[in-house]
Design a protein around this ligand. Structure first.
Ligand code: BTN
Length: 246
């Protein structure tokens, strides 16, 4: 499936996602092609944020796939696959790996990895998806203000080889992508829920009306978060509409 994929291992680039974008402007890379970098000068995070990562310490990787069998409305399933592939990789280092909806990866409640999915559309269809994954492996110190960040090393004391992990992650993504192609959506949904942080636990949330207690009950087919309030009412939230306080 990904057998013809090309690997670019870069010392430095602006952003591995942007690098793949540019490559795709001039040629259609084989499915599963990957770029890794030791350092990004303009690493990008979700919702316009930046992604900081000390040079040579962590895994910075992007992969391109062509999910022409998916409708744009089903795109979130692919995001679930990338999150699950990342969880499986990190399961070698901790049994406390969870997905914080939509796709932050936590170890013991602290963010160890982030995922940035970018779809290139042609009309209403997804032409290509670039999935960028940043995993904090060996970084020991994070910027003040990022006190919810951790790394595999901080958590487990193990120094990991980022390039070996890149190869394993690629294999894991291939496994989940194959499940997706085989339309094993229910299985993917089930696995996603088994990893979901705070599922069915009382937690403090904040929406446009302020803070409230509630419980995550699952996800809608479109990937919206279902939260049950203390009065039993269930609400659906898009990612910009709610935050989990603790
Ligand atoms: C987030 O949690 O905000 C998403 C972070 C995604 C970071 C990765 S690192 C590799 C790839 N290149 C980027 O510029 N971003 C993603």
């Amino acid at each position: 499936m990904f057998k013809n994929s090309i690997w670019f291992n870069l010392h430095e680039t602006e952003s591995t996602n942007s690098f793949l974008h540019e490559q795709l402007m001039s040629e259609k890379l084989p499915e599963g092609s990957v770029v890794t970098a030791d350092y990004q000068t303009k690493g990008r995070g979700q919702r316009g944020s930046s992604w900081q990562s000390e040079a040579g310490k962590n895994l910075l990787m992007s992969i391109v796939v062509y999910p022409d069998f998916l409708k744009a409305s089903e795109a979130f399933v692919l995001s679930k696959c990338i999150a699950l592939a990342t969880c499986d990789l990190l399961a070698d280092y901790s049994n406390q790996v969870r997905i914080k909806w939509p796709n932050d990866i936590l170890i013991e409640g602290k963010k160890v990895a982030g995922i940035l999915i970018e779809n290139i559309l042609r009309g209403a269809d997804i032409y290509a998806t670039i999935a960028g994954i940043g995993i904090n492996f060996n970084q020991q110190v994070f910027e003040v203000g990022l006190n919810s960040a951790t790394s595999v090393f901080i958590n487990s004391g193990v120094k990991a080889d980022t390039q070996i992990n890149a190869v394993k992650l690629h294999e894991n993504i291939e496994v989940y992508y194959q499940m997706l192609q085989q339309k094993k959506i229910e299985e993917i949904d089930r696995l996603y829920l088994t990893h979901l942080y705070k599922l069915n636990e009382t937690a403090l949330f904040k929406d446009a009306d302020g803070p409230f207690q509630g419980k995550i009950k699952g996800l809608s087919p479109m990937g919206l978060l279902i939260v049950e309030r203390e009065n039993g009412e269930k609400h659906l939230y898009d990612v910009k509409e709610i935050s989990l306080v603790r």
